[in-house]
Design a protein around this ligand. Structure first.
Ligand code: C5P
Length: 239
């Protein structure tokens, strides 16, 4: 997170295994976004060197690898990510308090440039039936709230949450907890496989700090123009 992100809350999701494609997208949209998000697909194909090469473009990077392991292993992974210069990374809140605390402590070792640690609560692909099957007899919304509070209490900087949860979490977790929100679709855009959506300005109004937007930009015939239009739609929304 830096001034760039404060000025533009959009992190573009570069969901590809092709490093050249990712770089072309990043270079095209660079003036119109606040950062880039790299996930498992990119990382498994291109590793830390691939991440470093894109980070060198100068935009903050959100490394979306959703760490979930014993505290010692997650701390090591967070240290390695901090060494790549990441602005944000994430862990599964379901890994528990000690794991989240270990991640936060490892990130803190990087000092002023420490990556922000976000927690993933309940995957949006899970419904109440899926939760019951893994022994969690509650609604997704209750479980999201519970895990967000656990993450906050364990020192995490924020959570990744769906548009359906952002207003509830802003109220539950207060003004200083980062809410990073995918599932954003500009008005009139194709929805793809996203089921619960907000448009960019609506997500900001609901309390989102960072908007993760992939295909509405990367699948557009002109990604730079798509990103610029989204940035324009956000002009004047709160920082
Ligand atoms: O292309 P689209 O805008 O749907 O991309 C959204 C990005 O956010 C993808 O990288 C996806 O993996 C991620 N994401 C999501 N829904 C979640 C969590 C993460 O779409 N609940």
């Amino acid at each position: 997170m830096n001034d760039h992100t404060a000025a533009n809350p959009v992190f573009v999701a570069l969901d590809t295994a092709d490093a050249r494609q990712a770089r072309a997208w990043a270079e095209a949209v660079r003036p119109h976004v606040g950062g880039i998000k790299l996930g498992l697909e990119f990382f498994v194909a291109n590793g830390g060197d691939g991440v470093r090469a894109l980070a060198a473009l100068g935009l903050p990077v959100f490394l979306d690898l959703k760490f979930h392991d014993i505290p010692n292993t997650v701390a090591g992974a967070v240290r390695a990510a901090a060494g790549l210069g990441m602005a944000m990374l994430n862990v599964h809140a379901g890994g528990g308090r000690a794991m989240i605390e270990a991640a936060v402590a490892a990130a803190g070792e990087a000092g002023a440039n420490r990556p922000r640690v976000l927690a993933v609560t309940v995957l949006t692909s899970l419904d109440a039936g899926d939760l019951a099957a893994i022994g969690q007899a509650t609604t997704p919304s209750n479980q999201v709230r519970r895990l967000a509070l656990l993450a906050q209490d364990s020192g995490a900087d924020g959570v990744v949450c769906s548009p359906a949860e952002v207003a509830m979490l802003r109220q539950t977790c207060g003004p200083n907890f980062l809410l990073v929100v995918p599932g954003i679709r500009p008005a009139g855009a194709a929805t793809g496989d996203q089921k619960r959506m907000l448009d960019p300005a609506g997500a900001r109004a609901a309390g989102a700090d960072v908007l993760v937007i992939g295909r509405p930009i990367t699948a557009a015939s002109d990604p730079a123009a798509a990103a610029a239009a989204i940035a324009a739609s956000l002009a004047g929304t709160r920082p």
